[in-house]
Design a protein around this ligand. Sequence first.
Ligand code: HPA
Length: 272
Amino acid sequence: MSTEIDKAADYIRERIGEQKRLAIVLGSGLGDLAGALQDPVKIPYQDIPGFPVSGVASHAGALIAGHIDGAPLLLLAGRAHYYEHGNASAMAVPIRTLKALEVETLILTNAAGSLRKDVPPGSASMITDHINFSGVNPLIGAEGNERFVDLCDAYDPALRERIKTAAKTSGATLHEGVYVWFSGPSFETPAEIRATRVLGGDLVGMSTVPEVILARHAGLRVGAVSLITNYGAGMESETLSHAMTMRVAATGAENIMKLFKSIIADLHENPL
Ligand code: HPA
């Protein structure tokens, strides 16, 4: 794996110039951030050794380097999901490559369903902790004692504070909650949503948790923000669909863009 990572990191380094401390994984609805990048250098995943190629139409895979208001960063536009192939470690190479590139902080974004009536579709919610409901782990098969990764404070407390402050400064609405990872690709049943609520979940989704585990294993500082696209199954009469989540993601894009511009500027001015 390490030579694979070295190859990927060398390939990227040759094309993107100076070191970036911050990387952001763009989930559904966050694509506008890529459009806002200045001096973008876009490298399709398919050109980078070992990077996954995602089949979800809305997740065209590319690593994009650039600046937002003068702050350098890397965007991972598109991710591989467990439900595409049953491989929970599909994002291992991209995440370990970020570490090899000396990225320090990784912020993951996603689309999620809300289990709380006071956190409506279109709003943003910061993930404070997670429940892995999928039964799989991206580190199965990894070697060495480092695989026994501590996940207390997996969502970095100092970064969480900075994200909350960025929301206040920018006037963006930001809730927070516990994210529960279901494998997908089917949505949850109403009974699963009710059970999840009892277990302490606030948000449900089909991504992010494996990447958080991989990133903590790699030693990256991690934060995550969800864009709420719907209430959990059975909470409303509307039928859930990918088209619906994409439509609602667009309505929340302005708020979350405002939030991320503020986070990026703050982390650039005062690195953690
Ligand atoms: N469940 C799982 N994943 C999701 C949802 C949901 O309700 N909404 C967006 N991604």
